[in-house]
Design a protein around this ligand. Structure first.
Ligand code: C2E
Ligand code: CA
Ligand code: CA
Ligand code: CA
Length: 279
């Protein structure tokens, strides 16, 4: 099957910004990319808001396409989701991260939690939590170091399967985070009913945290409510000091964004792992 994608992304120097041509991207190409190691994972640090210490990292996948250059996830994840290749892709991501974590342990780095984005389709799949368990056992990675970021779309889709998967993941000791909170129709009910561990406030709410007074009030009470439910709060897309100060003042637990670091390749993340403080 063939899918059309836009190639107007502004990503590095590999691709001309002006080219708005449509390329045909086949799901089979994604499978080939996985087999040929043309996918790569970048890591973006997560930071303890109050201290500036490294709290962990979010893994973000990229495609190094032989002719098109680096393709960002927003361009190919939808293709993978539509075709079902997403299962194979995300299993590859989880395995790849396990291998990397084992390398870090061997090299003497302290254990560092890594967050992985999981597509709603995958979370709706019957044996998803079993598959994750299997992979972690195979690579002997502690579930306590794995955090899965899920979006609200998943929770609305197929409630029973999703609930069962989440409960089994949590039982293993995996941290489950509600991602992109505030981007769509957001509700706190899932935090309580599913006993989710973390809440990540979407960049769109963080963008005007200091300029939009009402928005600031919403974030303040959001954090208070989450804490009341025993849920940790992470803010994504933090780009300046003012936003950081506002978040620290509001007792946000963790922050992530270009103010600290962009997503970086493994060897650059290792430099961060060595120094451990980003503020
Ligand atoms: P997301 O989970 O909301 O991840 C945050 C995105 O914002 C990332 O884009 C990150 O590079 C970018 N970002 C982080 N800090 C800042 C900042 O301060 N300013 C700005 N302007 N941007 C910032 P990226 O890497 O292009 O990923 C886009 C989306 O692709 C992610 O959004 C996530 O939903 C999805 N994605 C990435 N990897 C995977 C994966 O393995 N599986 C699935 N299902 N989705 C993935
Ligand atoms: Ca995420
Ligand atoms: Ca987001
Ligand atoms: Ca997301």
């Amino acid at each position: 099957q063939i899918y059309k994608i836009r190639t107007s992304w502004d990503y590095g120097q590999h691709i001309e910004k002006e080219s708005k041509e449509e390329y045909e991207l086949a799901d089979k190409e994604i499978i080939d990319a996985l087999d040929q190691n043309n996918m790569l994972i970048e890591y973006q640090p997560k930071i303890v808001a109050k201290t500036g210490e490294l709290a962990g990292a979010e893994a973000l996948v990229r495609w190094e396409h032989p002719t098109l250059g680096i393709i960002p996830p927003n361009e190919f994840i939808p293709v993978a989701e539509e075709s079902g290749v997403i299962f194979k892709l995300e299993e590859w991501v989880i395995e790849n991260i396990c291998v990397q974590m084992n390398k870090w342990t061997k090299s003497g780095y302290d254990p560092m939690p890594v967050s992985i984005n999981i597509s709603p389709q995958h979370l709706c799949k019957d044996n998803f939590s079993n598959k994750v368990e299997e992979i972690l056992k195979k690579f002997q990675v502690s579930p306590s170091l794995i955090e899965l970021e899920i979006s609200e779309d998943a929770l609305i889709k197929d409630a029973d399967t999703v609930n069962a998967n989440i409960q089994h993941l949590k039982k293993q000791g995996i941290t489950v985070t509600l991602d992109d909170f505030g981007q769509g129709v957001s509700s706190l009910t899932h935090l309580k009913s599913l006993e989710l561990d973390h809440l990540k406030i979407d960049k769109s709410l963080i963008d005007n945290i200091t300029t939009d007074k009402e928005n600031g009030v919403i974030i303040t009470s959001l954090i208070q409510m989450a804490h009341g439910l025993g849920v940790k709060v992470i803010a994504e897309g933090v780009e300046n000091e003012e936003q950081l100060h506002a978040l620290v003042e509001k007792n946000c637990d963790q922050v992530q964004g270009f103010l600290f670091s962009k997503p970086v390749k493994t060897n650059d993340f290792e430099k961060i792992l060595m120094s451990k403080v980003l503020q």
